[in-house]
Design a protein around this ligand. Structure first.
Ligand code: 13P
Length: 263
């Protein structure tokens, strides 16, 4: 385990999976699985990021059953209101008790042409509504070959943090594009090296306190069998999990990484 005092964060990005009825059943099952395993909920923060149409149902369930999971959204508009068909305002998310929002996921950058400037504007939109931006950065296989692992994510984060106040509560997720959904995770050493460089960027932009408290996650083919190796790294504070976050027992085992961190 790392030496950090930051509470680990295990985040499940469901992407475009699970409708609102499936979402409610899933969250209930995950909660039961963790309770059955006598999981210490205070030891690890868990946040789920369902599709927009599930948010109200999941929020109602979490509230009614006092389920200690955070609720996040997968994106938000750069605008707060107005003639932007199909867009979702951070104000609406806040009203639903959403606490955090993924910004700049590589699937948004790639399929929706989100530039670093759009990502930076979305970070500002999240902060305007007191949502924690989960800022995703990462290199493609081509970037990796040409520039090494850290140059592109470092550059992306520098732009995303433009104008962010030192006291802002943010999360950074290092997700190498080639590792997402491929079954080929980065090595823990590479994750550590890039996460350490990203922490340097947070330090340079937001100061030492922010660097010490900001959680930096690794994402890309995380599963129960490899989570411990990432969590042993001092600058890796958690994981952003895609595919494995849709399988109750697998995701519960990832959340419970402290039980197998020595494996
Ligand atoms: P996988 O865990 O399916 O590789 O997805 C990672 C991801 O994109 C999380 O945002």
């Amino acid at each position: 385990m790392g030496v950090s005092t930051r509470t680990p964060l295990i985040a499940g990005n469901w992407k475009m999976n699970l409708d609102h009825l499936q979402a409610v059943a899933f969250v209930q099952k995950l909660h039961w699985a963790l309770k059955d395993a006598k999981h210490e909920f205070e030891a690890v923060d868990v946040t789920v990021f369902p599709p927009y149409t599930d948010l109200r149902s999941v929020q109602t369930l979490i509230d009614a059953d006092k389920i200690p999971f955070g609720l996040g959204a997968q994106d938000l508009s750069t605008h707060d209101s107005g003639a932007y068909t199909g867009e979702i305002s951070g104000a609406f998310l806040k009203r639903l008790d959403v606490g955090s929002v993924i910004i700049g996921h590589s699937e948004r950058r790639d399929y929706h042409q989100e530039t670093d400037e759009v990502v930076a504007a979305k970070v500002q939109a999240a902060l305007r509504h007191e949502l924690v931006p989960v800022i995703c950065v990462g290199e493609t296989a081509e970037d990796l070959e040409k520039h090494g692992a850290s140059a592109v994510p470092v550059g992306q984060l520098e732009i995303a943090l433009e104008g962010v106040p030192a006291k802002a509560d943010i999360v950074v997720a290092y997700e190498p594009v080639w590792a997402i959904g491929s079954g080929q995770a980065a090595t823990p050493e590479q994750a550590q090296e890039v996460c350490a460089k990203l922490r340097e960027v947070v330090k340079a932009k937001l100061g030492e306190d922010a660097a010490a408290r900001t959680r930096i996650l690794y994402g890309g083919s995380v599963k129960a069998a490899n989570i411990a190796s990432f969590m042993r790294q001092p600058d890796v504070d958690g994981a952003l999990v895609g595919g494995a976050s849709l399988i109750v027992d697998e995701f519960a085992a990832i959340v419970r990484f402290q039980k197998h961190v020595g494996v």
